[in-house]
Design a protein around this ligand. Sequence first.
Ligand code: KG4
Ligand code: ZN
Length: 341
Amino acid sequence: MKSTQDVYILGIESSCDETAASVVKNGREILSNVVLSQIDIHKLYGGVVPEIASRNHVEAIDKVVSQALSDANVTLKDLNAVAVTYGAGLVGALLVGVSYAKGLCQASGLPLIAVNHIEGHICANYLTYPNLEPPYLCLLTSGGHTAIVNVLNYDDYDVICSTVDDAVGEAFDKVARVLGLPYPGGPQVDKLSKQGVPKYKFHSVIVSNGNFSYSGLKTAVINLVHNAEQKGETLNNADVASSFTVTAIDGLIDRLRQIIQTQSVKTVAIAGGVGANSYLRQQVKQFEQDGITVCMPALSLCGDNGAMIASRGYYMYLKKEFADLSLNACPTLKLRGQRPV
Ligand code: KG4
Ligand code: ZN
């Protein structure tokens, strides 16, 4: 039975190719976490087809939310608020979650909370580490974002550096494609790279002002593969995957190390889909040898899910940061504190 002191938030996520909903208690305890992936549908096209994603969200969202409520053994009456991702992401996909959440709030009288997807990814750490509190340094790596962020408190962030072009996840997906691996490419490149050695050397992804650039690395890998094809040579794809992975991740780790050396950092966390990468996790873990606490969300919470949205929603609920029914999707939403690069 629900206690009146506890806060129950329903989190809804539909920014890309996962229709997801979850009920989270007090921002930290997952009572249910339903994620319906559209991977098998988009695999046929080699990537996410926005209109197909929206249509599938429309079909799935009611079932997914109902399942999340029943798995958590709660009804709408037990909830304190509905939190929904309103950006960044695919506009048509976001609009499905936003419209559904607005309807639910209109019908139930529950407050509506508009969550930034990226802030949600950061909050996945609170679900894995119930005692984690800001400040900490967070390496944010997803399909759309790459940044190192000082998480100052639950609401404020200072983006120290970020990508000037492609996101690291995007580079993983493009490299996967050129190696003939199926969508989504990141996990496939991860798997393949374990069978190879990093024998090809590419330029660092760190650019002169301390930000990252992934488009050059992506092009270098594509050129390597195409040149070999033109010469009729056969490359060992596992070696290519391994060389790419090491370059893509080492730049992030080197930059983290530089920042740790210049600031008094006690805790490092990671967030976003690429946070599931085994080499990245192994490298970040090494900071423990320097006495740093390392937080890595459970693998199931690195990718898109409703629980991270509910967790972020909880901290906004505490500050009564509610949205009204004019809420719209914001496909290019930035993290608060993001500077132009
Ligand atoms: O955070 P996310 O689920 O969605 C966005 O907000 O973008 O991140 C998806 C990205 C994709 O580019 C996917 O290929 C990548 O995360 N990814 C990985 C791994 N698992 C997912 N990249 C490298 N290694 C992985 N194991
Ligand atoms: Zn995401």
